[in-house]
Every structure is written in structure tokens, then in C-alpha cells.
Design a protein around this ligand. Structure first.
Ligand code: NA7
Length: 484
């Protein structure tokens, strides 16, 4: 090729913004981001439900290349984080590389010209030498298959597509689902509702944390004044969170301590033994994505709140009937039922070499090499793809390391060392065999159902630590790739 590769990134969430910035910084100037939404931010654009808060402290949940010293809260709310993403795009001058309202529906590889042709929903065709899928993990809402749901007379709203026009004040609200989202929205809606019925199929362990704590003015002033200290603090927090992440990947006294804290959080906040029994999960703490809240147990014990653990039998036009026959009148149904977390770039129709489609390649579940390369799909990479550390290490850190790793391939294309680069089946098999083995001692493998599991019951997470992630993404092992 020996010329600047044309790169298309799909998605302008945190992964796409990271890839765009890193490619720019490393001298690649023919990079376009195609984003189907009307704004950047990904998950922080789509999710706007009441009470939305990131349960990772903001001083870690930020780009390493765009430090923000002045968060208002230790755990920022969704609107603040979305503003941050917009600010980063503006401050780094990335906006003119991002095309909003542009949905990619298909991408086709041509082996002869060694290029991709992307098709958009608007009927446009765009050629690219390299495609980077930064399409997110928690994007496609999972809609529950409950009889009668379509016939409900009032509003039914999924938290990930919140409708601000839905009036919840003074209403009888049903919230279905008790992941991080269900717990946050119950806490937020309960004070203004006539009643809240929280339908919980499997209770979650909920770690207590003071999630409404403000960042002190003194800390903000110090971090603003001493950027080097802020950077050191960020590094220290990343390091500390890596240690904490270890509790999930290896059994140790640290894991037992966090699990004991989860049990204590429940015991100290819920005194009624019957309610406590209903709120007690039948699996180990940390097995599912850990829920953190400082308000939920108080909310669910309020006079206008009810925990419903009986199975939902059906939705009627006026309410919800549970398996015990009881019917609860309901004005608004809130679906906090999570996401189809293993779609990744699908439903985009991606067709690689020899007409291999991504659906066929992934018929046994999503599978990639080191989170980023897929056999049969030359010059295509994912950022926060399969096995990304969505349950442990900083996503921003992982995305940045992955983007730098991809740059090595862009350099090979630019310098004429290759026209197409594709990871081998063998290298991908070896990587996945290693992942499967490393997954055995993780807490995710201790017997619970969660969005971490694929339809084949494999855990789609990163079972290693941050050091291993850094090492694996340091420099491509070219023996693992077919370089043409
Ligand atoms: P989650 O964590 O996937 O939680 C979804 C919840 O919805 C969970 O409690 C499910 O119960 C419940 N659910 C799903 N389908 C149904 C049906 N049909 N009936 C009753 N209950 C149902 O999604 P969240 O949005 O809360 O959080 C996703 C991530 O976002 C979170 O982990 C953080 O990383 C941020 P189940 O456990 O399957 O019995």
C-alpha cells in the first residue's frame, strides 16, 4: 500500500473516541468515525434513566489522555459523564472526524482490492482499508418475553431507551430486574412514586458505598493546580483497582473479605429476617457484575416500596400478575432487564474473506484473539471486543492499549509491509484455550447466571490481570498473523 490507510471506526463511544485520538496522535490522519446516534458518548448517550450513576469512581473512569480533575462527585452521574465525553471530543478537536447519525448496516471485504466497503442505512457506500469496530458491549436492550407485555395500557420503558416524557411522579411503578440499573432506578423513583413494586427474579449482592459523596473542593483545587499529582493519583488508582480486580480472578483472602463485606452490607441494612431472606442471593458475592449502592436497601424498605420475588406470570392491561395469582395495579412498567451483551458489532452484516459472515464465524459464541482480531476478517479490529475486561480492569485503559496495538498494523499498511493482516485460527484457538483455563478459578465461574455468560455458558470476560493485558497488547507477535 505504502500510503496512509483509510480507517473507519464504527462507534463514537469511549472505545471509538479512544481509537480516534490514539490514531491521530500516532500520525494517522485519514480516520473517520461513523456513529449512528445523534451524539458521541455511546452508553452515556443512550442511557439517561433517573438515578444513572457510574459505579466506578470518576477519577478512574476517565481517559488517561484527557484527565478531568474537577468531577463534582466521587461517583459521577450519567449526565456529567456524557458532558465529559463531549468536552473531550471538543477539546481534542476530534469532532470533525466524527459523522453522527450515520448507521453502518454492512461491511464487505474484497480480497482482490484488499479493502472494505461499508454500507450505511442512508444508502451510502464508503471504502476503507481498515475497519475498527468500537460498537460497545452493553448496547442492545434485552426485552423480556413476558406474556401480555404488549397489551399493557400504560407506558413500558426500557431503562436503556429512557423516555423523559414518561411521568413517574405519584404513579404505581413496576420495575423489573435487579442489576445495577434496577437497583439505581428503584432508589431514584421510590421517593416520588405512589408505589414501587420491584420484581426480582434473582436477588443480587449489593455492596454499600456512599455513591452520592461529593468530591471535596480542596481535592479539586489541588488536582487542578498540580496536574502531575493528578496523573500520579490516576496511575495509583488504576494500580489499586487492578489489585481489587484480582479478587474476581483468583481465590484469596481479599476475595473472601469483599464477599464478607457484601454479606455485611445486607445484614446491617436489612433487619427484617423475612425481607433479608428474600434479598439473599443463592450464589457467591462477585459472581455476577457486582452491584454497588448506598440507597437501595433504604428505598426497598420504604412504606411505598415492595419487593416481589414471585415469578411474573403475565402482564395485563392494568398491571402485573404473579404466579401466586396476585394482581398488582400498575401505571408504568420499567424494564431494567439488561442487554444482549454478546452482539458486539452485530446486527451489522460483516462479511470477511471467502464470504465468511460474522454470524457464521461466531455461531459458537463471540470469539477473538486478544480482544481485537478475528480469523477470516482481514484488516478488521475490535476495541472492547470479546473478552474485554468489562468486569475488572479500567475499560479506558484497555481501549487505549488496544488502539496502540492496532497502530502497529496501521504502520505496516502505511509502510508497504502488508496489504492485509489477519490473525490465524491457531493463534485464536490458543488464546481462547488459555482464557478458558484461566477462567476456572475466577469467581464468575462459581455458578450464577449473568450477562457475562454467552449462550454456550462461557464467561466472556478477561480472566487475567492488568499486567498481562499490557503485555499481550504491547507488540503484535507477527507469527500469529497472516501478513499478505
Ligand atoms: P443486568 O445486570 O443484566 O440485570 C438485568 C436484570 O433483569 C437481572 O436482575 C435479571 O434477572 C432481570 N431480568 C432479565 N430478564 C428478565 C425477565 N424476563 N423477568 C424478570 N427479570 C428479568 O442489567 P443492568 O442494566 O442492570 O446492568 C448491566 C450493566 O450495566 C451492569 O452490570 C454494569 O456493568 C452497568 P436474572 O438475574 O437474569 O434472574
Amino acid at each position: 500500500m505504502a500510503q496512509m490507510p483509510r480507517v473507519v471506526i464504527i462507534g463514537a463511544g469511549l472505545a471509538g473516541i479512544t481509537a480516534l485520538h490514539v490514531f491521530n496522535q500516532r500520525g494517522f490522519n485519514d480516520v473517520t468515525v461513523l456513529e449512528k446516534a445523534s451524539d458521541v458518548g455511546g452508553v452515556w448517550h443512550w442511557n439517561r434513566y433517573p438515578g444513572l450513576t457510574c459505579d466506578v469512581p470518576s477519577q478512574i473512569y476517565q481517559f488517561g489522555f484527557a484527565p478531568k480533575p474537577d468531577w463534582s462527585h466521587i461517583w459521577a452521574d450519567g449526565a456529567d459523564i456524557q458532558r465529559y465525553h463531549r468536552d473531550v471530543v471538543d477539546t481534542l478537536g476530534l469532532g470533525d472526524r466524527i459523522r453522527l447519525n450515520t448507521e453502518v448496516v454492512a461491511a464487505q471485504w474484497d480480497e482482490n482490492t484488499t479493502q472494505w466497503t461499508l454500507s450505511t442505512a442512508g444508502g451510502e457506500r464508503i471504502d476503507a482499508d481498515v475497519v475498527v469496530c468500537a460498537t460497545g458491549v452493553l448496547h442492545h436492550p434485552a426485552m423480556p418475553d413476558i406474556p401480555g407485555l404488549d397489551e399493557f395500557a400504560g407506558p413500558v420503558v426500557h431503562t436503556a431507551r429512557w423516555d423523559p416524557d414518561v411521568d413517574t411522579g405519584g404513579k404505581r411503578i413496576a420495575v423489573i430486574g435487579t442489576g445495577s440499573t434496577g437497583v439505581q432506578i428503584v432508589s431514584a423513583l421510590q421517593p416520588g412514586a405512589r408505589s414501587v413494586a420491584h420484581y426480582v427474579r434473582s436477588p443480587q449482592w449489593i455492596l454499600w458505598a456512599p455513591m452520592t459523596l461529593r468530591q471535596s473542593a480542596l481535592l479539586t483545587a489541588a488536582l487542578l493546580h498540580y496536574p502531575a499529582a493528578h496523573d500520579r493519583m490516576h496511575q495509583a488508582l488504576l494500580w489499586a483497582s487492578g489489585i481489587l480486580a484480582d479478587v474476581t480472578t483468583r481465590p484469596s483472602w481479599r476475595r473472601r473479605a469483599v464477599q464478607a463485606y457484601a454479606r455485611l452490607s445486607l445484614r446491617l441494612q436489612v433487619r427484617n429476617p423475612a425481607l433479608r431472606a428474600k434479598l439473599t442471593p443463592d450464589y457467591q458475592p462477585l459472581c455476577k457484575r457486582q452491584v454497588v449502592s448506598g440507597t437501595y436497601y433504604r428505598a426497598i424498605q420504604s412504606n411505598n416500596a415492595e419487593l416481589v420475588t414471585d415469578r411474573i406470570a403475565e402482564v395485563t392491561p392494568t398491571g402485573i400478575r404473579t404466579a401466586d395469582g396476585r394482581h398488582r395495579q400498575t401505571d408504568v412498567i420499567v424494564l431494567a432487564t439488561g442487554f444482549q451483551a454478546h452482539n458486539y458489532m452485530r446486527p451489522i452484516q460483516i462479511t470477511g474473506r471467502d464470504d465468511l459472515t460474522i454470524d457464521k464465524a461466531w455461531s459458537g459464541g463471540p470469539r477473538a484473539y486478544r480482544m481485537t482480531a478475528i480469523p477470516g476478517f482481514p484488516n478488521l479490529f475490535t476495541v472492547l471486543g470479546p473478552n474485554s475486561p468489562t468486569g475488572s480492569i479500567s475499560l479506558q485503559y484497555s481501549a487505549e492499549r488496544t488502539a496502540h496495538y492496532i497502530v502497529r498494523f496501521l504502520e505496516m499498511l502505511r509502510d508497504g509491509e502488508a496489504t492485509s493482516i489477519e490473525v490465524t485460527e491457531d493463534a485464536t484457538d490458543d488464546f481462547n484455550a488459555g482464557v478458558a483455563e484461566a477462567m476456572i478459578p475466577t469467581v464468575w465461574n462459581t455458578g450464577c447466571n449473568s450477562w457475562y455468560l454467552t449462550e454456550n455458558n462461557t464467561v466472556d470476560l478477561w480472566p487475567y490481570n492488568r499486567k498481562t493485558l499490557t503485555a499481550m497488547l504491547a507488540e503484535p507477535e507477527l507469527g500469529h498473523f497472516l501478513v499478505r
